[in-house]
Design a binder for this molecule. Structure first.
Ligand code: SF4
Length: 325
């Protein structure tokens, strides 16, 4: 029976090279990649198309969020729980391996490329915690790592795997030329959990709104965010595109506020807030609108189909700065 491998595929150069190294051993390869609100699959889809890798895209939002709330190995510099995230991805890829009757999972990881998550010990811990300590191959660094079952069983020729390590890219660039891979995205990037501004907003959401929805996470990607009080926040559009996104993401229970007759932001209070918080949000709305600073303006507030008008003065810059998340 033909040997089969599952590629955990990010779309970066290293995962494309790992695919080439395995494929040229005559092994059948199926790719798998993931989507959550924090990262998408566009890069992987495009790269898989270029190198001829059949790719399955799975939305793992639910499992990923569950892990993200309490990662066993904690977070990196921001809200990125990379060790737990890799473990989860390998676990799901391992499940796919079993479903497909495949022999192993492989990744484009390179030993020592990221000191925290790609050290020898981390790679071993992740494979073990994923439940497949002996079935995960890193073709680009395999000869520097312990032999795995498919290598022992003769399904994968260890001699044709590589011994790359460290952050340098020279060897990978040469391999890209050898395999005719001429177009590939820049390494790293693309995960919002590593973005400091997004991470701050996400931490605030997790701490203050543990019952949040996926929609609440989508809102974190839009506009400026303000904490009005422990229970209430406001999202303020920065431009027309933000305002459109805010309106698209709004649900009937939210409050939507705009200043009458002058250009300015749309402000959204998730869950609607109370009278006092709506008043403060309306003042925020006036602060970022073209309304005069020294006289009261009318703000329109819409909630559950009911409109009200509020007369407000723009919030002062120092008051605004105190509320920003
Ligand atoms: S950078 Fe993001 S997607 Fe990548 S392992 Fe870390 S948390 Fe997961």
């Amino acid at each position: 029976m033909k040997v089969k491998g599952i590629a955990l595929f990010s779309g970066g150069l290293d995962s494309s090279l790992a695919f080439k190294v395995i494929e040229e051993q005559g092994i059948d390869v199926l790719g798998i990649t993931f989507e959550t609100p924090f990262f998408g699959a566009a890069k992987a889809r495009a790269a898989a198309g270029r190198i001829g890798l059949p790719l399955t895209v799975l939305d793992i939002t639910e499992e990923h969020l569950q892990m993200l709330h309490a990662p066993r190995y904690g977070y990196g510099k921001n809200m990125n729980p990379c060790i737990d995230c890799h473990t989860l991805m390998l676990k799901i890829a391992g499940r796919r391996m079993e479903e497909e009757g495949a022999d192993f999972v492989f990744t484009g990881e390179v030993l020592g490329q990221r000191p925290m998550s790609q050290g020898k010990q981390s790679l071993a811990v992740v494979a073990k915690n994923a439940g497949y300590p002996d079935r995960i191959i890193r073709p680009l660094s395999a000869r520097l790592l312990p032999e795995t079952a498919p290598e022992r069983e003769g399904k994968v020729d260890r001699a044709r795997l590589l011994d790359i390590q460290g952050r340098g890219r020279k060897q990978q660039m040469e391999m890209a030329v050898h395999y005719g891979i001429t177009s590939y995205p820049a390494p790293a990037g693309g995960c919002l959990l590593t973005d400091p501004v997004f991470a701050k907003r996400l931490r605030d959401l997790f701490d203050r709104h543990p019952d949040h929805s996926v929609r609440d996470i989508e809102l974190l990607k839009v506009g400026r965010h303000f904490r009005i009080n422990e229970a209430t926040k406001a999202v303020v559009g920065r431009n027309a595109m933000d305002n459109d996104s805010i309106e698209r993401l709004a649900v009937p229970d939210d409050a939507l506020i705009r200043i009458a007759e002058v250009p300015g932001p749309t402000v959204l209070i998730p869950g609607g807030g109370d009278e006092e918080t709506r008043l403060l949000a309306a003042r925020l709305c006036a602060r970022y609108s073209d309304a005069p600073r020294d006289q009261a303006v009318v703000a329109h507030c819409l909630r559950s189909g009911i409109g009200t008008s509020l007369s407000v003065l723009a919030l002062l810059p120092e008051e605004t700065a105190r509320l920003i998340i």
